[in-house]
Design a protein around this ligand. Structure first.
Ligand code: M6R
Length: 620
């Protein structure tokens, strides 16, 4: 099975192998435990190669023994769900005596029943995957439909349950690639005399920025001359064109040692670009929300749903939404939400947050909320992705493509978007004064410069500290108020890329249990609230520091410039510029991202592609 995978397809005049491989390289963040390509060569013969391991393994193999040149092709990079990451289970899967190739992202839920049916009619299988079942079924339908690939593909996908993006080609039809999607991403790239398919636009952005987003339960057939989109019954459907707003260079490392390093360096821009065009004269007006005041006026509650880092952004956003929009806010992990019969009504606005816009847990939660009558708004970083398409309104974060598995610049952009949303809703509801808005806008506009200051003045120290701490067994993170989700984020980032045990706690919770973990030498990061804006909380956190210090903790504080009260109790002090009470998280998280990166690098790990993970989690 292919859980979260990268998919690319090409038809046109050029040799497809290098186009497929470079497309896969840009999609490797979606999965990287095996990869494969299939091409139809000039004689109309289908050639295929697939290998377990990262894309480099396939690339080396092809360099040693090349496939014949072909101008029609499909490629796949896989993150295994069921069926281990072996050569055999890698995609493409072939059928019809090697004349038909299929690649797949998602899970076909009824594959066991289909397989039993096909086995009974004499079919044989080489792999353990559900994808091969789809390939064999397609071969069967191909014969039943007299060699009409599109008709065969329609009847095949109509019989599949679950989530899938499926691409297929047959050597009897050079110059044709067919694709379908259900609950899984697929976009079309429109070239000149050539066309592309991809899991997202990164697959083809170096060739064209002109794209089409195809909808749920739709089929596409691409040829060099054109693109046909239909529903599963073969009826033509209208699709929405869009222009990709970033170029290929934005998705490349550009001299950085890793995508994560590049993306952390882009945190100032991610905030600035997310704010751009949405503020004027001290007020926030999000153009995409124009005419949608009705989404905000009749609500009595906001429910934020997301996973992982995006959920921590949601937890920070809660403070801003409650403060400025004056609406009660709950934040929930998307995968917990829909399994407990939640109370939803048209007075609930469900705000989903997702960098990729494809996280299956979040998508399912949005659909569930919508079906039960709630209003939905998506905060998303990826144009044409599924979650925004399933929502009543969209606020894009303009962080640019995020490739490293560890989310960094998207996180600061998500918090920024939530703050803008809070101010927008607050204004529409008359809950926030002009003065509050002007102060907040000035603060938010100052954030990019402050993040740049941290990167410029603190990055080296933090990286040095990370090197010293490379052998730590466990690191704890403490925060309070908006600093609490930042502590959680610091811990997640460290676990994710350095494989070191890490936990984040609310500082006030220490005495209720976690303080028992403190023993001499235990490193603890403490995010200290501003003594200027939050003096009461500041003093409480300083007391917490004393408590852990007395038990031997090695304390690293992240504190505002000029905060001298922390000095007597800190082993290390990392400074951040002064910022209003809600704006500190956007600054305090930066050294934590740098720290995780420095520590994983010191341990010699692949920081962009940590073990067991993939960038988009498109399975539940
Ligand atoms: O694409 P999304 O924002 O929906 O992804 C959500 C999480 O999977 C993601 O933030 C994950 O926790 C990151 N790898 C953390 O760095």
């Amino acid at each position: 099975m292919g859980g979260m995978c990268g998919i690319v397809g090409y038809v046109g005049p050029r040799p497809s192998e290098s186009i497929l491989l470079s497309g896969l390289a840009r999609l490797e963040y979606r999965g990287y435990d095996s990869a494969g390509i299939a091409v139809i060569d000039a004689d109309g013969t289908l050639g295929m190669r697939k290998r377990a391991g990262k894309l480099g393994v396939l690339r080396d193999d092809l360099a040693r023994t090349p496939l014949p040149d072909g101008t029609t092709g499909i490629g796949h990079t896989r993150w295994a769900t069921h069926g281990g990451p072996t050569d055999q289970n890698a995609h493409p899967h072939l059928a019809d005596d090697g004349r038909l190739a299929v690649i797949h992202n998602g899970i076909i839920e009824n594959f066991a029943a289909l397989k039993a049916e096909l086995l009974a009619s004499g079919a044989t299988f080489l792999s353990e995957t559900d994808t091969e079942v789809a390939a064999v079924l397609l071969a069967h339908e191909y014969r039943a439909n007299g060699g009409d690939l599109e008709a065969a593909f329609r009847s095949t996908v109509s019989r599949l349950d679950g989530a899938f993006t499926l691409l297929a080609m047959h050597q009897e039809h050079p110059g044709l690639v067919v694709g379908a999607r259900r609950n899984s991403p697929l976009v079309i790239g429109l070239g000149d005399g050539e066309n592309f398919l991809g899991s997202d636009v990164a697959a083809f952005v170096e060739h064209t920025r002109s794209a089409l987003a195809i909808g749920q339960d739709q089929i596409v057939a691409i040829t060099p001359e054109g693109v046909r989109v239909t529903d599963f019954d073969g009826n033509a459907v209208e699709v929405e064109p869009f222009q990709v707003t970033w170029d290929a260079a934005a998705a490349e490392k550009g001299g950085w040692s890793s995508f994560m390093a590049k993306e952390v360096s882009e945190e100032p821009e991610a905030v600035a670009n997310t704010v751009r065009g949405r503020t004027h004269d001290g007020i926030v007006e999000i153009p995409e929300l124009e005419g949608l005041d009705g989404l905000f006026t009749g609500i009595h509650r906001i429910l934020v749903i997301a996973c992982g880092t995006a959920a921590y952004a949601g937890q920070v956003g809660k403070y801003a939404l409650e403060q400025w929009a004056r609406v009660p806010v709950d934040v929930e992990l998307a995968h917990e939400f829909r399994y407990r019969d939640p109370v939803l009504d048209p007075g609930t606005l469900v705000v989903s947050i997702s960098q990729s816009g494809e996280t299956m847990d979040t998508l399912m939660a949005v659909k569930y909320a919508r079906e039960r009558g709630a209003k939905t708004l998506s905060i998303c970083n990826t144009q044409g992705a599924t979650i925004p398409r399933e929502s009543d309104a969209i606020v894009y974060t303009h962080a640019g493509p995020e490739v490293a598995v560890a989310s960094t610049k998207a996180f600061v952009a998500q918090i920024t978007a939530l703050y803008l949303l809070a101010l927008h809703i607050g204004r529409v509801r008359g809950a926030v004064t002009a003065e509050q808005q002007a102060t907040a806008v000035a603060e938010i506009e100052a954030v990019p410069g402050k993040i740049s200051w941290i990167l410029e003045h603190q990055q080296e120290r933090v990286t040095q500290l990370a090197r010293w701490m490379a052998d730590s067994r466990s690191v704890l993170f403490l925060g309070r108020h908006v600093g609490f989700p930042i502590a959680l984020e610091g811990a997640l980032k460290l676990k994710e890329i350095s494989y070191i045990h890490a936990e984040g706690f609310a500082a006030g919770e220490l005495k209720h249990g976690p303080i028992a973990l403190i023993e001499p030498g235990q490193p603890v990061f403490v995010i200290v609230p501003s003594p200027v804006h939050s003096p009461v909380l500041h003093d409480k956190v300083v007391s917490n520091i004393q408590e852990i210090r007395a038990r031997g903790a090695r304390v690293i504080v992240i504190a505002e410039e000029g905060d001298a009260a922390v000095l007597p109790f800190a082993d290390e002090v990392l400074r951040i510029p002064l910022a209003g009470p809600l704006f500190e998280p956007l600054l305090a998280v930066v050294p934590l991202h740098v720290f995780a990166m420095g520590l994983a690098t010191a341990r010699g790990l692949d920081i962009d592609q940590p073990r067991n993970l993939a960038k988009s989690v498109t399975v539940e």
